[in-house]
Write a protein that binds this ligand. Structure first.
Ligand SMILES: NC(=O)c1ccc[n+]([C@@H]2O[C@H](COP(=O)([O-])OP(=O)(O)OC[C@H]3O[C@@H](n4cnc5c(N)ncnc54)[C@H](OP(=O)(O)O)[C@@H]3O)[C@@H](O)[C@H]2O)c1
Length: 410
């Protein structure tokens, strides 16, 4: 039998993921040749110190971009697609800023732009949203899409240590970068949720339209008291339809009851739950980052691109991005231990239509702590109540509030 024809793969970037991809490709080349009839080989590599983009472009049938950042990654992907090459990337920053431009270019030139590695590492979220669930109307997606923060929150809950100590441990074990800013402040998760929301709701979503908050301010106390209420804390991305024409995309620390499918996702793992009336809910979970793991998602994309086409369809919806939605909250108040305080707090809450689901009161010398969970309420109402409560004379510290995700699927 004749040898299979070669399929030349050009690689931009040879760091954590690019290096792992360069090792993985030859190991799987024989098997891929049996599946596709083409034998992939690494044809050229570009880094800051070696190779030229033009050589990679000219000598490849498909380009894999693993440089990261906005430029020159954007310029290289556009040039590759204009030259009629399929492209694969794991670059969430780029897609959350310039996704529409890049997807349009892929459609215009009839090439594939694949990006499974950009969201939740090797967990096949993109493929499931674009292909398996293409026939379902999605109502809501929840995701733990940043492994660094999930590891830190798991450690804080397990050991009672502070955010700073848990971060140091995450860095020691390689779960956090030397500069973890965009992980811990929620921006990395916001980029991934922008991509997820775009696919789930067919509406263009730019990272600037995602409201996000990180976990730097979380204290061991929050986790301890919440445990008494049966709650566990995660950094949760949410993309949900609001009314008939709205879409809300957020990333916030949120408490989950133990029945929620994301409640048991611990350590550096990622998971995404998709809710739709037709399918109830499905949850996918697995390693969310790491060189070999992400490289395996990238290689899966390369194999898919070697088999006949699929492209990201145009954004056909134009849902309004909504910023005031219904949420449930955990509230932590440090108040003077004197009669009538709970009644005053309850009065302010009631005036703003905030209703309490459960409450704990703990005394501490001349202070008391009121820890409560409130039923879902319009966020603007809730924050107005918090502002009024913070002005009460009995308050000993500013109120602290964290969202609670209410649904249980058991
Ligand atoms: N690391 C993960 O676990 C992970 C997980 C999911 C997705 N991703 C995504 O995968 C992509 C790559 O991440 P990474 O962690 O592998 O990054 P990395 O380790 O920093 O590697 C980046 C590579 O790109 C090269 N590069 C940087 N700027 C360049 C430029 N202007 N021209 C040519 N080459 C350039 C670097 O060259 P030098 O070798 O010369 O420095 C290096 O080889 C990013 O989009 C990231 O968000 C990473």
């Amino acid at each position: 039998m004749a040898d299979p024809a070669k399929f030349r793969v050009g690689l931009l970037g040879h760091g954590t993921v690019g290096g792992a991809f360069a090792e993985l490709l030859p190991r799987h080349a024989d098997r891929i040749a049996r599946i596709t009839g083409l034998r992939p080989e690494l044809s050229a590599v570009l880094t800051r110190s070696r190779g030229s983009f033009q050589d990679v472009l000219d000598g490849s049938d498909l380009i894999v971009e693993l440089i990261g950042g906005l430029e020159p990654a954007r310029e290289y992907l556009l040039a590759a697609m204009r030259a009629g090459k399929h492209v694969v990337t794991a670059n969430k920053q780029l897609l959350s800023h310039h996704g529409e431009e890049l997807w349009e270019e892929a459609r215009v030139h009839g090439v594939q732009l694949r990006f499974e590695g950009a969201v939740a590492g090797v967990v096949p979220v993109i493929r499931v949203l674009q292909e398996s669930l293409a026939g379902a109307t999605i109502d809501r997606v929840h995701g733990i899409v940043n492994g660094t923060t999930n590891f830190i929150l798991t450690e804080m809950a397990r050991t009672g240590e502070t955010f700073a100590d848990a971060l140091t441990e995450a860095q020691r074990l390689g779960y956090a970068e030397a500069d973890p800013t965009e992980d811990v402040n929620g921006k990395d998760a916001a980029a991934k949720m922008a991509i997820i929301a775009r696919l789930a709701f067919e509406t263009p979503v730019h990272i600037d339209q995602v409201r996000y908050e990180g976990i730097e301010h979380i204290r061991p106390d929050d986790l301890e008291y919440a445990r008494d209420l049966g709650l566990g804390l995660k950094l949760i991305g949410t993309a949900e339809r609001v009314g008939t024409d709205g879409l809300s995309v957020t990333v916030y620390p949120a408490f989950l009851y133990p029945g929620h499918p994301l409640a048991s996702v611990n350590g550096p793992f990622n998971a995404v739950t998709v809710e739709s009336e037709a399918i109830t809910e499905i949850t996918m979970s697995g390693p969310g980052a790491g060189g070999p793991q992400t490289a395996s998602a990238v290689l899966g994309d390369v194999i898919s691109a070697m088999i006949p086409p699929a492209s990201t369809p145009p954004a056909v919806e134009s849902l309004r991005i909504v910023s005031d939605v219904m949420s449930s909250f955990y509230v932590y108040l440090e108040v003077a231990d004197e009669p009538g305080v709970l009644a005053r707090v309850a009065h302010v809450l009631a005036e703003h239509a905030v209703s309490v689901k459960s409450v704990l009161q703990k005394g501490l010398e001349d202070q008391a702590r009121l820890v409560m969970v409130v039923h879902p309420v319009l966020e603007s109402n809730f924050f107005a109540a918090m502002e009024e409560i913070s002005a009460l004379s009995a308050m000993r510290a500013p109120p602290r509030a964290i969202r609670v995700i209410e649904e249980e699927f058991v």
